[in-house]
Structures are given as C-alpha cells and as structure tokens.
Design a protein around this ligand. Structure first.
Ligand code: CTP
Length: 409
C-alpha cells in the first residue's frame, strides 16, 4: 500500500479519545494510522461517545471499540489490561483538561484512564480545550507532572477554538500527531543518541534583490531522508533551501538560501554528528556580486560573472580526514549521462563513505517526482542498484546503509 510507513507497520497503537469537540479529528488520525499499517485499537470515554459514535472508529479499525469497563465480553477480548500491555504506544487525542487531571493523579475511573494506567508503552498526549482551561495553573501543573513522568505531548496549537475565540488550545492536526507518534516510536531505534545532519532542496544565489540563479530541486529526497533518520531515533538537523515541504517532528529545521549559508549551517551542526547526508542540490557557482538594487534592462546582451561556491561535502569529508572526525559522509550524484562513472569519480574525489547516483533526466527519477531509481556506491566501489521506488523507500534504504556503517566496529 502506498501510504504504509515502515515505523508504523504492524505496531500496536491504542488511540484514546476523550470528550472534546476535537474528537472528530481523532477519526481522521485513526484512519491515517490504519492506512500507515498500524494495528489500532480505540478506547473512548463515555463523554467522547457523545461527540462521535464508537461505530465510526469500529468501521475505521475493523475492531471493537473499548468503551464499557464492565462488559465481560469486551473484558475478555480487549480489556484494559490486555490493551495496555499490548500497546506499543497510546495516543490520547483529544486529551481534555479533565482527563489530564485524572491521569496526573493516577485515577482509573473509566476504560481510557484505566488503560493508560496499565499501559507499558509510551503515552502521547494531544491536549485540546478552551484556552482558559489550558492556561489554568491546575492544567499546566498537571501537564508538568505528566511530562516529568515521561508522558510525551504534542500541541495544543494556537488558532480558532470551538467557542469562536482565538487562543491556544486547538488540537494538533492529525498529520502532526502521526508524525509525533513516529518520533516517539523511533526513540531507542538504531540511530538513537546519534546526530545526523541532512541537507535538502536547491540553493538560490542572488543576482539582485528580485532574481537568483537556482535549480529544479524540490527537496523531496532530502526531506524523506530526514524523516527516515528521525524514525530510527536520530537527532536530526535538516538544513534546507527554499521549499514548501514540512520537516519531521522532533528535528531541528534550518532554512537557508545560498550555498554559503548552507555551508555555514552544515559546519555549525557537524561537530559531533554521526552522519552527514548531502541531498541538497548546491549551486556550484554564484554571481560574483549581487546587485544592491534591481538590475534594469539594457539595450544589449548582458554577462553575469560567476564565482565558484565552496564544496560543502568535500570540506566536511576533508576535515574528517585531518581531524579524525568520525562523521559518515554520504553524497548524491545527480547526473544526466555516464551516471555510474561520474558517481565513482565523485566518491573518490570528495572522500565519501557512500554516494547515491541517480539519473535526473529520467521522468520517474528526476526533480519534483515522488519516485526515484538510484544506485548506492560504497567507498570500495561496490554498487547496489535499487529498483524504481518511492523517495520515502529509497530514503529508508539509504539510512539503513548509514546505520550499518555506524554499527561497524
Ligand atoms: N555538493 C556540495 N557542495 C557543492 C556542490 C555539491 O556539498 N558546492 C554536494 C551535493 O550535495 C551532492 C554532491 O556534492 O551530495 C555531488 O553534487 P553534484 O552537483 O552532483 O556534483 P558536483 O560536485 O557539483 O560536480 P558536477 O556538478 O561537476 O557534477
């Protein structure tokens, strides 16, 4: 299936729904989790069932919804203890002020709070309430207690609330919650405790205040790499050029424009990093001087003088050779001809651990599309050709190779 997400596939996730107006968004979250391949059980409070019928969740998950504490049939099938034991993650969305208060005090007065108390896996809280309730010192103190006990939280966000007022209290969007769930599940993964720097997108080199020299890179490959590294527990810094994509929850996101700014951001993040994956399409040349004001049209042709930009990857790999810095360096070779020969020359010239070669002139593996067909070449020259895959699946493989290199003694 297209929407499957490896970190969520086959994982037992309990979605706990409490009685807030945002309960309808929990249906969308549940649907997205199921599509991603998770095994989802829904547990609702009686108040939640006033907002959305349990049948909605049952239809989405194809499993019974846990609602009644005292149904013997349900107790044997999906009782709170077995649900709690089985849960690799419990997401409480929306989490009302009332439920937060109960959880902070260890109360177990309904199926949801009881399941949370019995839950062995991590719990992700998604608070949603009126801003006055959120700002109340009692709610803030309850959140403090819960976070100190290891509960994770995403949101609430600011915006329009059910009352019509604007303030903090909106439930995070289902996409954000799903992304935060991936981050929680990734903790303890093969890259946990390791910093990984990923670059993405194209740089823009200013000609004047309104024009630039740029390229077609969409950033999709680099963003997919950042998601894959984050899903394996890495502390990701994603440094990207201009793009409309959203980075992974939990990552440090740095937006840059020019090659020079990208180099400064990479050099700033690289000390201590376990890996650098340079998927960005960095301009090799920039206008020698950017005009301060818009350049006016001239009667004749005009010439643009260009100056070489720094090679970021070669700089980092070079520093590593001199300082013994252990950062694993992975580059991309975007080519339109002699793909493998050019890539092999680049891995040697830049002193890299891996290079990912792709033919950007092919319609299904070029700029802007969601698929890619790449060959991964290692420092010994061994080539691994991958079939046409989604950029997300290519990213998973590349980050697996990074993890393998890092595992080597
Ligand atoms: N790269 C870099 N800094 C640059 C140019 C490229 O770090 N100034 C990185 C890219 O992010 C990529 C790798 O180097 O990972 C190869 O980029 P590519 O543009 O394919 O190669 P170049 O070294 O620029 O060589 P050429 O343009 O001649 O193919």
């Amino acid at each position: 299936m297209d929407n499957e997400i490896p970190i969520l596939q086959g994982r037992h996730i309990v979605v706990g729904v409490t009685g807030g107006i945002a309960a309808y968004k929990a249906a969308d979250l549940t649907s997205q989790l199921v599509k991603a391949g998770a095994n989802v059980d829904v547990v609702m409070t009686p108040a939640a069932a006033e907002f959305v019928r349990p049948l909605t969740f049952q239809a989405l998950t194809h499993r019974p919804v846990a609602l009644d504490m005292f149904s013997l049939l349900q107790e044997t099938e999906i009782g709170h203890v077995s649900l709690g034991k089985r849960a690799e993650l419990m997401i409480i969305a929306p989490a009302t002020a009332n439920t937060l208060a109960k959880l902070a005090h260890g109360m177990a007065d309904n199926m949801l709070t009881t399941t949370a108390l019995a839950c062995r896996g991590p719990i992700l809280l998604v608070p949603a309430m009126e801003s006055g309730m959120w700002d109340n010192p009692a709610t803030l103190a309850n959140m403090d207690v819960l976070q100190q006990r290891g509960y994770h939280a995403v949101g609430p966000e600011s915006g329009r609330l059910a009352s019509g007022a604007t303030g903090t209290g909106r439930m995070a969007e289902p996409e954000t919650i799903l992304d935060a769930a991936r981050w929680v599940l990734g903790r303890g993964g093969p890259l946990s405790g390791m910093a990984v720097v990923v670059t993405a997108g194209g740089t823009r080199e200013a000609i004047d205040p309104v024009r630039f020299v740029g390229n077609h890179s969409s950033g999709k490959m680099g963003f997919a790499l950042a998601f894959a590294a984050r899903d394996r527990g890495a502390d990701v810094t994603l440094i990207h050029g201009t793009t409309s994509l959203s980075g992974p929850y939990g990552a440090k996101i740095v937006a840059v424009e020019s090659a020079e700014q990208m180099q400064a951001a990479v050099l700033d993040s690289i000390p201590g990093a376990a890996g650098l994956v340079m998927a960005a399409a960095v301009a090799d040349y920039r206008p020698t001087s950017a005009a301060e004001h818009k350049i006016k049209k001239q009667a004749e042709d005009m010439c643009l003088e260009l100056t070489r930009t720094p090679d970021i990857l070669a700089t980092v790999a070079g520093q590593r050779a001199r300082s013994g810095h252990p950062t694993v360096a992975i580059g991309f070779a975007a080519e339109t001809q002699d793909v493998l020969e050019n890539a092999r020359a680049k891995i040697a010239r830049k002193g890299l651990d891996l290079i990912v070669a792709n033919d950007v002139s092919a319609a299904d593996s070029g700029f802007g599309v969601d698929t890619n067909r790449v060959t991964i070449i290692d420092a010994a020259g061994r080539a691994e050709s991958l079939p046409l895959m989604s950029k997300a699946a290519v990213a998973e493989t590349i980050i697996d190779r990074l993890a393998e290199i890092l595992r080597r003694p």
